[in-house]
Write a protein that binds this ligand. Structure first.
Ligand code: SAM
Length: 231
């Protein structure tokens, strides 16, 4: 699967793929990463990509021309490219979106900077728009990386053990049960005894109970939904 980052600051994105799981995914050719800098398409003699807002308002806005030309070119090369704009005003990205988008052949993330992108670009090219939460970031690069990471985990072969996907939080109504690593006792704090006894059915029952406790504490509305669908 291919990911293209349309960004003025590709160096902010590149580092994320230089280690760990996504680095290995690139080495195994499970994902390919490409970058487009709208500045390379600017017709301004100083390669400017932003201007003051028409109608007034604080700050600069990204001009339509460099983005129109770069995305037109991209669409010419791959008409199946699925173009996502990240913006704080959109609906929040969820695990179910990550799973759905993992089936695409090419996903493009367009990152805004300054006060954002000229709305005409979004209207013309967006297949989807997503926010990563109700707060304002300096630019879209972090948000694009969040989406790319979450999607990549759902591509077959990217995770060493694909079983870990199915038990993760947000795969089911309940959050994942607490996890413990060795040693079994650390600073006089022991892991739950049941985890040590090797009785898998009892461990499963305990984990469901702990998942319910965790969900009740962190996401009470989700537990309610789980209980309603269960009955
Ligand atoms: N003026 C805009 C507003 O109030 O809605 C915020 C612009 S923000 C400083 C610049 C860029 O960062 C946005 O165009 C978007 O690409 C990205 N961005 C900021 N916060 C984001 C969020 N919560 N989710 C997704 N993208 C975000």
């Amino acid at each position: 699967m291919k990911f293209t980052f349309v960004t003025l600051f590709s160096n902010l994105v590149e580092g994320y793929f230089q280690d760990s799981i996504l680095k290995r995914a690139i080495e195994k050719d499970l994902i390919q990463i490409d970058y487009i800098n709208p500045r390379d398409y600017s017709e301004n003699k100083h390669f400017k990509v932003d201007d003051t807002a028409v109608g007034g308002g604080a700050g600069m806005v990204m001009n339509p021309q460099p983005l129109f030309d770069s995305l037109d070119e991209l669409k010419k090369q791959d008409s199946y490219a699925h173009i996502i704009f990240v913006t704080p005003v959109a609906k929040q990205f969820k695990q179910r979106d990550a799973k759905r988008l993992a089936k695409k052949s090419h996903v493009v993330f367009v990152s805004g900077r300054y006060e954002g992108i000229d709305e005409r670009v979004i209207e013309e090219f967006a297949d989807e728009v997503f926010s990563i939460g109700d707060y304002i970031l300096t630019g879209g690069e972090l948000a694009s990386l969040v989406l790319c990471d979450a999607i990549s985990r759902n591509i077959y072969g990217v995770l060493g053990n694909s079983d870990s996907l199915s038990i993760e939080s947000f795969e089911n109504a309940l959050l994942e049960a607490p996890s413990f690593s060795k040693p079994k006792e650390y600073k006089n704090i022991a892991v739950p005894k049941e985890y040590l006894k090797g009785n898998h059915s009892k461990i499963r029952t305990l984990k469901i109970a702990l998942s319910e406790c965790k969900t009740k504490f962190f996401r009470p509305e989700q537990l309610l939904k789980h209980k309603t669908t269960e009955h």
